[in-house]
Design a protein around this ligand. Structure first.
Ligand SMILES: [Zn+2]
Length: 221
């Protein structure tokens, strides 16, 4: 569905209003006094990967940060106005979430821009500067998968970027401390868009394993 008319959004809010403010649902009676999400989810801005839709969540379930290519920058006190780091700190310290999910996805435009090059405006290249976070992964992929197709290289970079972001999360002291005490779990997930499947990073095997298989395959395993 392609939405050309803003009335679609207004009608959408009316359906949301009916669902959560009319009749049985008392969810916002509870939520209006404060949020208590147990999960921080870091996802991509991409319109096809809305975390609440993908995971079928209600309001209040997940605290979400979305940015280009679902990246976590390394902890760096010197930088100014770091929205991602601020939101991570709020989720960890103020909301005391118990888990963080970094949710990457296939066919990510940010990763494609990094791998294939895309400079919308050389004078103000915010995308290029942001994506330098993943430059080490790009170099590794180009070195190791030199003869692979660009699709294969991009997928490897999408997966590698999730692992890099998990490591960058641990560079924030309050993340590392809570994880060491067993109070915080870190997860790397990958939405395989072509197949409608979900993969999860296994630290033990250092690879991404199927968590939800494509329809029609799951029943045969
Ligand atoms: Zn993306």
């Amino acid at each position: 569905m392609t939405i050309h008319n803003i009335s679609h959004f207004i009608e959408g809010f009316q359906r949301f209003q009916t669902k959560y403010f009319d009749g049985e649902s008392k969810l916002y009676d509870k939520l209006s006094s404060g949020q208590k999400p147990t999960t921080l989810l870091i996802g991509c801005c991409d319109s096809r990967v809305d975390p609440a839709l993908l995971l079928d969540c209600d309001p209040g379930d997940i605290f979400v940060i979305r940015n280009v290519a679902n990246l976590v920058p390394p902890c760096n006190e010197a930088g100014n106005q770091q929205g991602v780091s601020a939101a991570i700190q709020y989720a960890i310290e103020a909301l005391n979430v118990k888990r963080v999910i970094i949710m990457g996805h296939e066919k990510c435009g940010g990763i494609r821009a990094l791998m294939q090059g895309y400079t919308p405006s050389p004078k103000l290249d915010f995308i290029g500067r942001w994506m330098t976070i993943v430059e080490p992964v790009k170099q590794q992929v180009l070195h190791q998968l030199v003869s692979c197709s660009s699709d294969e290289q991009n997928r490897a970079c999408e997966l590698g970027a999730i692992i890099l972001s998990l490591n960058n999360l641990r560079s924030f002291p309050w993340v590392a401390e809570r994880e060491a005490r067993g109070e915080l779990a870190l997860h790397g997930w990958y939405f395989d868009m072509s197949n409608g499947a979900l993969l999860a990073y296994s630290e033990r095997s250092d690879t991404f394993l199927p968590m939800v298989c494509p329809l029609g395959i799951a029943h045969h395993q």
